[in-house]
Structures are given as C-alpha cells and as structure tokens.
Design a protein. Structure first.
Length: 246
C-alpha cells in the first residue's frame, strides 16, 4: 500500500519521519488516491514497508486521527473519514447549502403532524393561544449517507405543507414560495453525544459526538416563522464563520 500511495521517506530531511508519513497520507487523501471510507493496512505492515519503527508509525496515525482525516473503528481498522460538509454560518437552509455546493441531498420525513401548538412553541413563535403549527422530523442524507436529524415547528398561516412536499423540497424554499423573506435568526450551536435513537438513524455509534443547532427564524415583517432543533454527525459536518474585531 505504501507504494500505491506514493509514500516515501527521506532520512536526510530535517522533517521528522512520522511527519513525512502524515504529509504523504494527507496528500493521498486530498488528491483522491485514498477515497473516503478507504481502509488502511495495519500499522505494523505499513511500518515494515517503509522501514520505520512501529512507534513512529503509531505517532503518524495518531496525528491523522486527531486532525480528523482518519478514524479507528473496532473490528474494522483504520479508515479515511468521509469528507465533511462545511457550512457557512449564515441564514440559509441545509438543503440550499448542499444543493449550491453541487451535492444532491435527499430527505426522509420520519414524522409529520398539524396540531395545536404547545405553550413553549406558542411562546417561541409568538403565536396566540389555540394557534396550530406543522411539526415534523426529517432525516437528511448526502450520497445515501445520513448527515442530519432535524425537528421543526412551523406556523401554518404561510404555506400549506405535507410529507410529499417536505420530501422533495427544502423547508426554506417552501416558505419562500409562500412569500417569506428571511431577515434574521436566533441560533445556538452546541454538542451532545448520540442516543440510541439518534445513533440508529444517523448510522453512527451510541455516545459518538453530534453537533447540535437550535434556530428560530424571523422574516422581514417581524414574524417568527419557524423554530427547530437539528443534530448532525460531528465526523461529517462543521460550521464555518468569520470573526471580526470591533
């Protein structure tokens, strides 16, 4: 495998041996020689092929795992991590972001109801008592692999919704068709460990890391349009932001 990946060691170089391995495997991943999900040979075999000590190879693999490029799975071995979805931290939908990035997201509607809003939802969306909302949960996939589990509550006086529409379109696209011009959102990013239910749907291990997002969006007329709680596989998803000093 070392030859297939183009790995070579220059013992006269000032670059530490373990870091040369890191650089070589990084290059193989970024060039596509090592595709997401590819399995690597065990460290003993790789070390022997490169005439390196096992501790040196272990140090290189540890660094690649820490950097998020490789993952160790019990019973499977060491694999290349699937490429992450990096999402800009702005007022947009996951469906739109993925589509604009050339990906083809798919959606499975897990639950759907049109019901009278409970007290917390009435308060969050600033609705009068007795108001109804759409409440649904969706599983979003990219390339057939689960990425996000999303639960939303949406006021029902904008656009009619059903399971078929939510399967084929993004939520924000549906609301824009109903005349919504999104203006701002209150958003909180966090983290949690996966429950049995979440792990099963997201095809990850129980207690693995998840990224969480809570958001309430407001349109240009001041209406609170929707509120939601989403969880994402942390090995496949991250937010990007630009910080400015004031």
């Amino acid at each position: 495998m070392a030859n297939q990946l183009g790995l070579s060691i220059d013992r006269s170089s000032p670059v530490p041996l373990y870091h040369q391995v890191v650089q070589g495997i990084e290059a193989a991943i970024h060039s596509g020689i090592l595709e997401p999900g590819s399995r690597l040979e065990n460290e003993i075999d790789l070390a022997a092929q490169l005439n390196l000590s096992r501790p040196t190879m272990r140090k290189a693999m540890d660094e690649l795992v820490r950097s998020g490029l490789l993952v160790r799975k019990r019973g499977v071995g060491t694999q290349v991590v699937s490429s992450q979805v990096r999402r800009p931290l702005e007022l947009s939908s996951l469906f739109d972001d993925l589509s604009n990035d050339g990906k083809k997201p798919t959606t499975e509607v897990l639950t759907f109801s049109h019901l009278e809003a409970d007290e917390p939802t009435l308060k969050t969306l600033e609705l009068p008592p007795g108001s109804k909302v759409y409440h649904f949960t969706r599983l979003r996939k990219v390339g057939g692999k689960p990425l996000a589990l999303m639960e939303n509550w949406v006021r029902d006086d904008i656009e009619s919704m059903d399971e078929a529409t939510l399967t084929s379109e993004g939520l924000y696209g549906i609301l824009r068709r109903g005349g919504v011009n999104f203006r701002l959102a209150s958003q909180r990013i966090g983290a949690m460990i996966a429950t049995d239910y979440q792990a099963g749907l997201l095809e990850t291990e129980v207690s693995s890391a998840l990224v969480t997002m809570e958001r309430t969006a407001t349109d240009d007329s001041g209406r609170r349009v929707e509120t939601g709680h989403h969880v994402y596989r942390a090995d496949s998803y991250s937010f990007e932001m630009t910080l400015v000093q004031r």
